[in-house]
Design a protein around this ligand. Structure first.
Ligand SMILES: [Zn+2]
Length: 300
């Protein structure tokens, strides 16, 4: 476009043709902007419009790295923007990362204590060098109804048919043993380092799920519910909720606790996020990249 315009200015006699070229060029550029150019900020504005819950003033759902006004080439959704996930995204031509968890190792993504840290420095310079943008989607994806993470996990487990009509977070399924339930979940979610508390032979059919972090209070309240045999969580502090569960078992309570690990307990929720984004961001390719379970165990 620039070249042809310059060429035409060298032949001022041909002014109508020059005008035509300029108009056509401008129209083409405008069409291209409409068809393909979307900035990271515009993608997030669309998310805010579509998520279906009021946007909170206090939230961790903010830009964590990069320039929000960068044009987006492609979007990756993932549990978190690990260096590995970003490398895989860059390899497939993507530059906007929409992730559930922090990028810089604490809930607020505060980097003030990370100055000079070799891992942080390498990660930040990788982001800068490749022109990447990272945005966190945590609070509002959970606040959505149904909870986006919960919906993705329910689908990954194939448990839609078991959702209790009165309580969206409770599944009622054909009775099985705690051991078989644990094995089935482990296989479906491909978990290596899952942990279980309770009698393996306990008959269970009513299953509650708290994806991600289950604080001690949440674990206590769930374990005490008469309508619940098993609670599934991502993680809990081992010296709080886990110790409570241990005492409950010593007291003879017929309950089970499945600790999947934080990533396997939530990751499929970001796969659901990619599917959802595609319904209102048609301009660019969108891909879910699993960050994968961080652990292995000697017996696995
Ligand atoms: Zn979460």
């Amino acid at each position: 476009m620039v070249n042809s315009a310059r060429k035409n200015t060298m032949h001022p006699a041909n002014s109508s043709r020059r005008q035509f070229t300029l108009i056509t060029g401008a129209a083409l550029a405008a069409a291209r902007v409409q068809a393909a150019e979307i900035t990271a900020r515009q993608v997030i504005e669309r998310i805010q419009k579509n998520v279906g819950v009021p946007w909170r003033t206090e939230t961790v759902d903010t830009f964590k790295a990069g320039n929000p006004d960068s044009p987006v080439k492609g979007i990756v959704t993932s549990f978190s923007a690990t260096l590995d996930v970003m490398q895989r995204g860059v390899a497939s031509g993507k530059n906007l990362f929409i992730v559930h968890e922090p990028t810089f190792y604490n809930h607020q993504d505060s980097t003030k204590d990370l100055a000079g840290d070799p891992v942080y420095t390498a990660k930040q310079s990788y982001i800068d060098k490749n022109g990447l943008v990272v945005w966190r989607f945590h609070d509002h994806w959970h606040a959505r109804r149904p909870d986006g993470i919960f919906a993705g996990m329910t689908e990954a487990l194939g448990w839609e048919k078991y959702i209790d009509a009165g309580n969206q977070r409770l599944f009622v399924m054909p009775a099985t043993t705690l051991e078989n339930l644990a094995k089935d979940i482990q296989k479906r979610l491909k978990i290596r380092a899952m942990r279980v508390m309770g009698d393996p032979q306990l008959k269970v059919s009513k299953v509650g799920m708290i994806p991600g972090f289950g604080d001690a209070r949440g674990v206590m309240q769930a374990i005490e519910r008469p309508d619940l045999d098993v609670l599934i969580i991502g993680e809990s502090r081992e010296w709080e909720g886990v110790e409570y569960m241990r005492d409950a078992l010593t007291l003879g309570q017929k309950k089970g606790l499945l600790i999947l690990g934080h990533v396997p307990s939530e990751e499929s929720g970001m796969k659901e996020c990619a599917r959802w984004l595609k319904t209102f961001v048609p301009e660019v390719p969108i891909e879910f990249i699993p960050s994968g379970e961080p652990f292995w165990t000697p017996t696995a």
